[in-house]
Design a protein around this ligand. Sequence first.
Ligand code: NAD
Ligand code: ZN
Length: 376
Amino acid sequence: MTNAGSRASERVEVGLGERAYDILIGGGLIAEAGLLLAERLKGAAVAVITDETVAGLHLDTLASSLDAAGVRHVPIVLPAGERTKSFAHLEQAVDGVLAAKLERRDAVVALGGGVVGDLAGFVAGIVRRGMDFVQIPTTLLAQVDSSVGGKTGINTARGKNLVGVFHQPRLVLADTDTLDTLPPREFRAGYAEVAKYGLIDRPDFFAWLEANWREVFDGGPARTRAIAESCRAKAEVVARDEFETGDRALLNLGHTFGHALEAAVTYDPQRLVHGEGVAIGMALAHRFSARLNLASPDDAARVEAHLRLAGLPVRIRDIAGELPDADGLMTYIAQDKKVSRGALTFILTRGIGRSFVARDVPSSELRTFLREMLEQ
Ligand SMILES: NC(=O)c1ccc[n+]([C@@H]2O[C@H](COP(=O)([O-])OP(=O)(O)OC[C@H]3O[C@@H](n4cnc5c(N)ncnc54)[C@H](O)[C@@H]3O)[C@@H](O)[C@H]2O)c1
Ligand SMILES: [Zn+2]
């Protein structure tokens, strides 16, 4: 599909009524961003929030494109890394937007991964009670997940993503060329979220990934297609349940285990990055579902085989170093925000592409399962 005047090779619409927006996916989109923004946000000036790493790689291209289209812009460059999702950097970014004398009709542009996107979206959501927001995601994770759906926010000392607002972007530009500069480990971690969409409710997509994952890693049309299919999957869920009162929870497949493991390694990215936790978490969710006689052990084995082939960890013992015991992991699981009034809510599955939200998962079964998994 082609967008008028753009080289984007795919367009996915997030159907949210009058707040509907497009995700454009393809190569060279940053160079076209100026024209696309000028066209859609008539006359707006923009603050470009980015991090130091991405600024070094892609900010010049964006700045030239904005200049060429006559869009006034100011850069706000923050340190790279999860620690930037903090009150201190929120204050710095808000101050940058105000100092640039941007008004309510102007826009905040996020150029970077999920960290920049979450923080910049929050800035856009609260400055002058809401400014326009554009996402230019530059990691695979951000292109297939965090830039779509309107969740924004920061971390506090008490946990991740505890403070934020829902604030949908007006446009998402996923420039697939930016992924060429991404470290391979970050690409693989993002791939876990791509596979997740197949495992939630797209068995054909999962089978396609099994056959084509190498091409997805190599770039080109298969990569664009995988990103577009992932965005389509997320957009559908978001359009059904924007504020996560029901189905949107399916997007957390693998995340209850994953978040517990991330917490267990005190969010040390040397040991585990988010997507790796999700990969182990998805493998565990399938095994646990097989244990509960909901799904076939063959499906669990198939999921594990694919993720492992793509270079992702799938067992708890794949994580280097000491880990808490089963009771310790249970405590982290109970702290996860997906726990609602005491009952454990989990995403379980009846097989590949047949995930569902399970409430009242018996914690005794889970503890026994974790004990075994820690030994394998
Ligand atoms: N809002 C949501 O719905 C949602 C969903 C999932 C995750 N998240 C959030 O996303 C964050 C993780 O996002 P992430 O994995 O993109 O992390 P990130 O933003 O920290 O990016 C990872 C690293 O890659 C670098 N980088 C980014 N783009 C690059 C490029 N093109 N080339 C080279 N290096 C590049 C960054 O500087 C950073 O060091 C977490 O904070 C998580 O909570 C949000
Ligand atoms: Zn995730």
